[in-house]
Write a protein that binds this ligand. Structure first.
Ligand SMILES: [Zn+2]
Length: 475
């Protein structure tokens, strides 16, 4: 059923009166071409894909009439696996305080970080600092007004078969990794392939490093892990493209996000709370390109794990949906995807000292993750978007925090992420890697290499290193 909303776009906003209240999927005609976007719960419309223009005609689409749901999963267009998922249940070996659900707000209206390692950012201070930067030299390196140089990028060489003895991780930029498990399972984390990580396409929010491939180039996707709803981690366009190419893929999301997916026409969604897990079973029912010789059944367990962060998609929905990291286990190999997280909150740093000289509470959840869900063969841990510390430390780890998270969660090997893609904060492009090498040296974990012309050299990658964009690391 198509209902003409009759709204016309004026700039990027569509008014409440024109669209009415309630989340809607909208079909838009722009110069004769059909495009989709989602209006918010309050009914205002933000052009999340930057495709609208003055005079574009919007039509509300009844999403249930346009969604087809398939019970048969496939990664290549050939029906090869039936996919079943179990309802989420509490992890048996969970921390003693997990059942108190302190991260749920009492009124049921959202979520919070329940630790004294988290303090809310004073928004007035944030804007005052931004204003001051216009009039005096910044105390920390500022992003250049021209885009930073992109990172070296290579086209990924992904397996065209599900048979391979080792665990492989390929960085596709920011928090997006493509994971190939020896069991045959293929996982994509936080896919965002669009140029902008914002509904408003300001020039400085354009990515300076392009993805090394497109979603359509990936050979298989069985599961997509979403950490939270910030635009640099969750993109409507990318979700739709994954669904179109891999209709059997299951989207694993934290509590509260299922309705966003469903209203976007994506129904294969498993919603999980911290310290809950869901199981996925893929049973082969037919031939699949590259699937020959694989096990009849591929099993995986996905566990939502705590993270110190928040969520926000619009000005009015802060903390309404949950944020999380993920533990993935398949065929005896285990990966920890930390999502987006802080470790401590540094409100101010006395001049002449480092914020790591300060004795501050750190988030206890990571030791619990290590004790109850670890050890992990591999940890994917954020190392970037952390300056200035007083503004971002509560929600974004710096490299020293990242090494602490790596150790607390009992990861045997680690790879950095959440850097080198968008200029979200004030540190220089290669600072996260430089800081990681220093932090590893401090903790006696290697990092002996030196900076080369194109970044850092191989030997400095140690037990916790990083990938080039499009590079595959094997474990
Ligand atoms: Zn975030």
């Amino acid at each position: 059923m198509h209902k003409e909303a009759g709204a016309r776009v004026r700039g990027i906003f569509v008014t409440l009166r024109e669209l009415g209240f309630g989340r809607k999927r909208l079909r838009v005609r722009v110069r004769g071409q059909k495009r989709d976007f989602i209006s918010s719960l309050l009914g205002y419309g933000i052009d999340t894909r930057g495709k609208l223009g003055r005079g574009s005609v919007l039509r509300a689409v009844n999403s249930t009439a346009t969604v087809k749901m398939s019970g048969v999963g496939t990664s290549t267009g050939v029906a090869a696996y039936t996919v079943t998922t179990s309802p989420a249940k509490s992890v048996e070996n969970r921390p003693s305080d997990a059942d108190s659900k302190k991260h749920h707000l009492k009124n049921g209206k959202g979520f919070q970080n329940p630790w004294d390692s988290f303090q809310e950012l004073k928004i007035i201070k944030f804007f005052a600092d931004a204003l001051m930067r216009r009039f005096k030299p910044a105390p920390t390196p500022s992003p250049s007004p021209s885009p930073p140089a992109p990172l070296p990028t290579q086209p990924p060489s992904l397996l065209r078969t599900r048979s391979h003895p080792s665990l492989r991780a390929t960085w596709l930029g920011h928090a997006c990794y493509y994971l190939e498990f020896p069991s045959g399972l293929r996982v994509l984390t936080d896919p965002v392939f669009e140029p902008y990580c914002s509904p408003i396409h300001l020039p400085h929010l354009r990515r300076y490093t392009d993805p090394p491939c497109q979603i359509e180039d990936l050979p298989f996707v069985d599961a997509v892990l979403v950490s939270h709803n910030h635009y640099d981690h969750l993109s409507l366009g990318s979700v739709r493209r994954v669904k179109a190419k891999f209709p059997g893929a299951r989207f694993w999301v934290p509590l509260g996000l299922k309705s966003w997916f469903e209203s976007s026409g994506v129904k294969n969604v498993c919603e999980v709370d911290w310290w809950e897990e869901g199981e996925m079973e893929m049973r082969r029912v037919g031939k699949e390109e590259g699937g020959e010789g694989r096990e009849e059944v591929i099993k995986a367990t996905f566990t939502a794990l705590p993270a110190q962060h928040n969520s926000k998609r619009t000005p009015w929905d802060t903390g309404k949906t949950l944020w999380c990291g993920w533990g993935i286990e398949s065929g005896g190999r285990k990966v920890y995807f930390a999502g987006d997280t802080g470790y401590r909150t540094v409100t101010s740093v006395p001049s002449g000292t480092s914020d790591h000289d300060l004795d501050l509470p750190h988030c206890p959840a990571f030791s619990q993750i290590g004790a109850h869900a670890g050890p992990f063969d591999l940890g994917l841990i954020p190392i970037g978007a952390y300056e200035p510390r007083w503004a971002f430390s509560a929600v974004h780890a710096d490299p020293r925090d990242a090494v602490s998270i790596f150790l607390d969660t009992r990861c045997e090997r680690g790879l950095g992420m959440h850097w080198g893609t968008w200029a979200l904060t004030y540190e220089g492009v290669w600072e996260p890697v430089r800081g990681l090498v220093g932090a590893l040296r401090e903790r006696g974990l290697g990092g002996d290499g030196k900076e080369g012309e194109e970044g850092w050299e191989e030997e400095s990658r140690g037990v916790f290193g990083w990938s080039g964009v499009g590079e595959t690391r094997e474990f």
